[in-house]
Every structure is written in C-alpha cells, then in structure tokens.
Write a protein that binds this ligand. Sequence first.
Ligand code: ATP
Ligand code: MG
Length: 480
Amino acid sequence: MSKLLLIDDEADVQYSFQRIFDSPEIELTTASSGEEGLKLIPRLKPDLVVMDVRMGGMTGLETLRRIRQMDSRLLVILMTAYGTTQTAIEAMKLGAYDYLLKPFDVPKLKEIIAGALKAANDMRQVVSYQPLLEKEDYELGIVGRSEPMQQVFKLIGQLAASDATALITGESGTGKELVARAIYHHGNRSQQSFLAVNCAAIPEQLLESELFGHERGAFTGATMQRIGKFEQCHRGTLFLDEIGDMTPATQTKILRVLQSGTFERVGGNQPIEVNVRIIAATNRPLEEAVAKRQFREDLFYRLNVVRVQMPALRDRKADIRLLVNYFFKKFGREQQQHPKSVGPGVIKLLEKYHWPGNVRELENVIRRALVVAKGDAILISDLPAEIAGDNSSSGAPPAVSDSAHGHSGDIQGLARQLFQWARKDPKLKVIPAVERELVIQALKESNGNQVHAAKLLGITRATLRKRIGKFGIQRELTIQ
Ligand SMILES: Nc1ncnc2c1ncn2[C@@H]1O[C@H](COP(=O)(O)OP(=O)(O)OP(=O)(O)O)[C@@H](O)[C@H]1O
Ligand SMILES: [Mg+2]
C-alpha cells in the first residue's frame, strides 16, 4: 500500500481526492496547510506528497523547499491553477517531481500519481551488490560468486563512486536492471531520484515527450505543458533501458544532453539545463548497430564510458546452484508449503542447459517447479520439457510395443509425467496429444506400413486410418 499526503487548504479538493483515491492500494492523508503538512511528514513517511501552490500561510514553493531539506528523495507533485511556465520552472528547480494544472482531469491525475508512486517504489527497492550467499537478508540481491560476476561487482563499486555514464550490456535476463539499481543505491546520488524509461516500450512519438517534455500545443493532443523525465530527474539518476531501440532523432537529442547538459522541450525553444547521471542498458549488440549505422557512433562513445558486460548464465554455471538456493528462499516465502530441497540430478541438468533467457528463465523455472512439485524436493519431472525432456525419456523409454503388462509401472510413470506437463501448459490436451504422437511413432517404426502400425498400437487398421485423418498425419509421413 502507498501513502499519499495531500496538502491543500480547499475542502473541495480534499473531498475530491478522498473520492478519487478511495482504493485499498492507497492510504490518503490530508493536511490543510504547509505547516500542518511539514509536521505530519516525519511521522507519516508518505510515499508521495501532492500539494497546492497557493495556500494561506506558507506557500507551496516554500513548503517544497522545506520538504527537500527534510528528505530530498520524497516525491512532491505541485498543483496550480495558474499554469504559468514561471511557477512550473521554479517548482522543477526546487525538485518537484511534476506539477498538475487545476482544475484537473481525473484520468490524467490518476496517471501522474500512479507514475509517481511507481517511481517512489523504484527508489525504495534496496539492492545489495555484495555476492549473496548465506545471508538471511536475500531481498533483491545480486547473486553470484563466479569470476565474471566478481568483475561486475567491482565495476558497480567503481561506478557508484563516480558520476560517469555507464552502459550495461548483456543478453536478456542477465540482470542489467538489477545492476543499474545497485549503482544508484551505492552511489553519491542515492539521496536523489532514480527514474527509469524503457525506450522500447514507448511509441516513437511519445518517447521524446516522455524524456524531454513538451510545450502546450507542440503537437495535436498536447493540451498541457508536460515535464519530461530529464527535468524530473534533475540531480538524480536516469536509467535509459533498451537504448538500442531509440530512433535516430531521439538519439540526437540524447547526445546533445550528454554533451551540453541542455535540451528543449518538444515544441519549445528555451534551453533547459539539467544535471542528470545516465545509466543506459541494452540487450542489442550496439557495436553491430553502429556498424550498420542504426546507432550513432558518437552517442555510442558517449555512453560507453564505462561498460558493464553482463555474463550470460551459461558462462557462469558455477552460480546456478547459488541462484537456485536464492530463488528457493525468495519464493519459499510466498508459498506456505513448498519443497525444501533439490532432487538428484536436477542441478546437473540445470547446469547442462543453455539458458537463452538467463537468470530470468532460471527464476521462472524454479518458481514453476516449486508449484508443481509434489513432495519435499524438486525432481527432474518438475522441470520443463526443454530442460528435462530428452533426459527423462531417454533414461527409461517404456517399450510399449512389448507385452504392456510387464511395463505397467513405466507406463504409470509416463502418465504421471504427462500430467506434469499438462499442468504447466494449459493448452495441452493429454489424450489427443499422446494419441497423435503414438500414431506418428508407430508409422515410423513400421516404415509407414499401416497394418504393422495398427498392430503396434493395438487398434484396427480402420481405426488407425481414422486417427491419421483426424490428426492430419498422412502428409508428414509420406514426406519422410
Ligand atoms: N545475479 C542475480 N541474482 C539474483 N537475481 C537475478 C540476478 N540477475 C537477474 N536476476 C533476476 O532475473 C530477472 C531479470 O533481471 P533484469 O530485469 O535485471 O534483467 P535484464 O538484463 O534487464 O533483462 P532484459 O534485457 O530482458 O530487460 C529479475 O527478476 C532479477 O531479479
Ligand atoms: Mg531490463
């Protein structure tokens, strides 16, 4: 739950906030003056303050100044009925997160507040870059003891001690975002804001305005002036994620901020000065994009001041066991009853796999295994087919074509396993799926001879024909 503090002397505004934010996720507290708000903050520890600029007694700007002195990371949104650029700039200079024009548009208000609460939450998440192992406090750590991870930890330490631009590269799911947060948390700017922008998730036209803001009337639909992330993040750290997906126009603008520390809002002509530390990340090979002229070379060099190359999980297999341990603890807390150990052969299989989705994939595999496992331990059969697959079937293939009675135990085991898979994949309908595979196998075994295949399957030739038609198998087998 997030705590929202509204400071406004108008009863009407307090009342509408109570109506708008009547939700279990938000706890709203109201204060009628700057003085009252300042008294409440240390006790309440709000996640976000929304405050009017014009109030009797202490003004909003003065209150904002005092809030900054108390806690420079507390996010404050100012509301003003007088949408002059002057107040807005003044507010942003004092470190307001954003400002709203009154009367406000409710969906817009909700959106801005949700965005601010998310940013507040991002900043709160504590990240440790100590190689985690036996520590009790596993919360959001970066796990790893392997040589490549030791290098990463060293770089995080060095980056935290400086203000240099950092570029974090590596395959998807290797922990780039985790590292960006760690640099922030251990750095000089940890008392200022940390904002993240995913350049790939935002449509091209919106990205520029998200980053740099826009002036009213800059384009159709720009009915209000907007403050972008660079301005919101003044003195703080901006995490530009998936930077390889930016368009050339945005690249040019980013380059300019990096070079001169200034930019203009979209549709504006007044240069705005900011001091923002950039941490960028991408899973695209940027050197290749530069060679293909999809990414500006000068921007690449600007970003690539310090490079953190995240190792793929397959290149640090020694850490797999640690990570499994870590995810056991992490998810164990979410589940009351859960397996406590890992069965024989499981770690070996996990170490053999190539992990295209890296740590994220391992995390998901363990999360699922903990749910589907029946007993005290995670078994090979609790792993997805792509990991356990050939291993569990080549281990003891039940010879169905022989006298089935002698193998009923195997068949039961096989059936159990099929249901494990079916549980993980809700689209898998067991009987049709198995029937189809059996028919194909039987036809292969008998080189397409339908009489033999029917005999292997223990069905009549007519039934076999119907199955072939039903599953559309014919073509596959005549090709082979
Ligand atoms: N070393 C690690 N220790 C513990 N958890 C990790 C580690 N690396 C990654 N994770 C976890 O794996 C998931 C993916 O990490 P993250 O989002 O940082 O990856 P990413 O490199 O940014 O991926 P993408 O390129 O897909 O955005 C997260 O849940 C993160 O907590
Ligand atoms: Mg990421």
